[in-house]
Design a protein around this ligand. Structure first.
Ligand SMILES: NC(=O)c1ccc[n+]([C@@H]2O[C@H](COP(=O)([O-])OP(=O)(O)OC[C@H]3O[C@@H](n4cnc5c(N)ncnc54)[C@H](O)[C@@H]3O)[C@@H](O)[C@H]2O)c1
Length: 254
């Protein structure tokens, strides 16, 4: 098994890719510490993991709340004895997020607070534990929108994900010498509840689908397998990378 003996904290594990990653990581031998803002859904993911024979603990909390993050890391370490890997996946993409020129400051702050500040707080409490465990991995979920411009802007979201890539690179340099690898994943459009909010009309869906050379949207497992590789010791010399998992949308000129 590719994650045997590893303890992994996964944020936003109650839905979409976070849930898929929880199930795959547990299947590959990891004991998983699961966070989500929604208590029922994170509990449901934990039950799915245990029913499949894995080990999980569910801790509801807000990644943007420092006390919640501290509590989650502490509870995970108390339950499983250590932390090897941090999978920073929790994120939001509200419909009200549009161009900076029409930006509503409260929406802007909310997006940055979860997607960037929340991720940073998880690093604040998670990385010292990973160092204590003798080294491990941080995997941060960014987005392909941090790499290309988009004529349908979601500027707070885009800015937050660009910052995640920049922060990942800084973490790679700071903590690589202590045995902690930090990498980002940049998913393209993946079919999850978050993405479905953008598919209000068939035209909106086709606008995006037509740009994907592989001719289909991504599925959560497409990202989960990339995450599994980056979290595993197979990636032991990969540090500071941004792995694009997008069916080719980012490199599509025409
Ligand atoms: N779906 C896509 O096409 C796509 C593309 C690129 C990047 N991403 C990123 O992938 C990650 C997962 O997205 P998804 O599509 O699976 O979304 P999703 O909405 O299905 O799942 C996100 C989960 O995060 C949780 N969450 C939200 N705010 C939180 C908070 N403050 N604290 C703790 N948990 C919180 C939600 O409750 C939800 O369960 C996000 O960071 C998203 O930005 C998604």
């Amino acid at each position: 098994m590719r994650l045997e003996n590893k303890v992994v904290l996964i944020t936003g594990a109650g839905s979409g890719m976070g849930r898929e990653v929880a199930l795959l990581f547990a299947k590959e031998g990891a004991r998983v510490v699961l966070n989500d803002l929604v208590p029922e859904t994170v509990e449901e993911t934990a039950q799915m993991v245990t029913q499949a024979g894995g080990a999980a603990i569910a801790i509801a909390g807000n990644v943007a709340d420092e006390a919640d993050v501290e509590k989650t890391v502490k509870a995970g370490v108390e339950k499983f004895g250590k932390l090897d890997t941090l999978y920073n996946n929790a994120g939001i993409m509200p419909n009200e997020d549009e161009s900076v020129t029409t930006m509503k400051p409260d929406v802007w702050r909310r997006v940055l607070d979860v997607n960037l500040n929340g991720l940073a707080l998880c690093c604040k409490y998670g990385i010292p534990q990973i160092i204590k465990a003798g080294g491990g991995a941080v995997v941060n979920v960014a987005s392909f929108v941090a790499l290309v411009g988009c004529s349908v802007p979601q500027d707070a979201y885009t800015a937050s994900k660009g910052a995640v890539i920049a922060l990942t690179q800084s973490l790679a340099v700071q903590f690589g010498p202590k045995g902690v690898r930090s990498n980002a994943i940049c998913p393209g459009p993946i079919i999850t509840p978050l993405m479905e909010t953008l598919f209000a009309t068939e035209a909106a869906k086709m606008l995006r689908l037509n740009r994907i050379p592989m001719g289909r949207f991504g599925q959560p497992h497409d990202v989960a397998y990339a995450a599994l590789f980056l979290a595993s010791d197979e990636a032991s010399w990969i540090n500071g990378a941004s792995l694009v998992v997008d069916g080719g949308i980012t490199v599509n000129y025409f």
